[in-house]
Design a protein around this ligand. Structure first.
Ligand code: NAD
Length: 259
């Protein structure tokens, strides 16, 4: 489905980003994957390469640092000569109530959740515009539609990505650059364990009980696998999704019930 395409996937050393990278590689894309931890990222790159035969280039980058973000796109251009797909994913923001968060927490989260998306988009656009085509897919969160009590930073800052999607879809349509966001619910990753541990501590309950309760809140009765998010992203990146732009797409087992 993606043979001959070049894709960037950020925050991809583990979790959702890794699952997405794996599926794109299976579908034939060349990949640049980025994350802070070079050792783990390089391991992920070799694992995906040997599993799929795809070209997978790791780039160490902290998404809260402008210069690091530039490195990601430069590497893709230097290695593959162009970029067809940007899959933006980030590290999770700190959990906490409004009263618990400091101004430094807010500054950091704005860089992590918003500015990294702006920077990456700015860097890929000239290359996509030159080709007159491209796909930008922002991986965000169900909190964009259903704020969760203890995820203040996510609830507030991720809404800006909805604005970005709607604005860019309009502005970039003449260049055949399609822009969408994926709003995943709970996915089996280390992040979800962190959220569950936090909830267990606050509610004074065992972790196992909280994990069971979280799965029980989902109509399908289970969390997603990272690769299930990857399958949706691969579709959005493919020629089959040529009429989808400006969409915020839920993939949450039925969890978010608003229309
Ligand atoms: P994870 O903790 O398993 O993986 C996070 C990845 O982000 C890792 O590769 C890590 O190295 C990287 N990372 C962290 N900070 C970074 C930084 N500053 N610069 C570059 N890379 C960085 O998390 P996950 O569950 O895969 O979540 C990915 C995103 O999806 C997060 O933003 C998370 O909040 C969001 N999300 C997750 C779930 C879920 O249930 N897992 C649900 C909704 C939203």
């Amino acid at each position: 489905m993606l043979k001959g395409k070049t894709a960037i996937v950020t925050a991809a050393s583990r979790g959702i980003g890794k699952g997405v990278a794996r599926v794109l590689a299976r579908e034939g894309a060349n990949l640049v994957i980025a994350s802070r931890d070079l050792e783990r990222l390089s391991k992920t790159a070799s694992e995906i390469k040997s599993e799929t035969g795809a070209e997978v280039v790791p780039v160490q980058a902290d998404l809260t640092k402008r210069a690091d973000v530039s490195k990601i796109v430069e590497t893709a251009i230097r290695t593959f000569g162009g970029i067809d797909v940007l899959v933006y994913n980030t590290g999770p923001p700190k959990p906490g109530t409004f009263l618990e968060l400091t101004e430094e927490d807010w500054d950091y989260a704005v860089k992590l959740l918003l500015m990294s998306a702006v920077w990456l988009t700015k860097d890929v656009l000239p290359h996509m515009m030159k080709k007159r085509g491209g796909r930008i897919i922002y991986i965000t969160s169900l909190t964009l539609k259903r704020p969760l009590p203890n995820l203040t930073l996510s609830n507030v800052i991720r809404l800006s990505i909805a604005g970005l999607v709607k604005t860019l879809a309009y502005q970039l349509a003449p260049y055949n650059i399609l822009v969408n966001a994926v709003l995943q619910g709970y996915v089996e990753t280390e992040r979800v364990l962190e959220v569950a541990r936090d909830r267990a501590a606050r509610e004074g309950r065992p972790l196992e009980d909280v994990l069971k309760a979280m799965a029980g809140e989902i109509p399908l009765g289970r969390m997603a696998k990272p690769e299930e998010i990857g399958e949706l992203v691969a579709f959005l990146a493919s020629d089959k999704a040529g009429y989808i732009t400006g969409s915020l797409i839920n993939i949450d087992g039925g969890y978010v019930q608003c229309i």
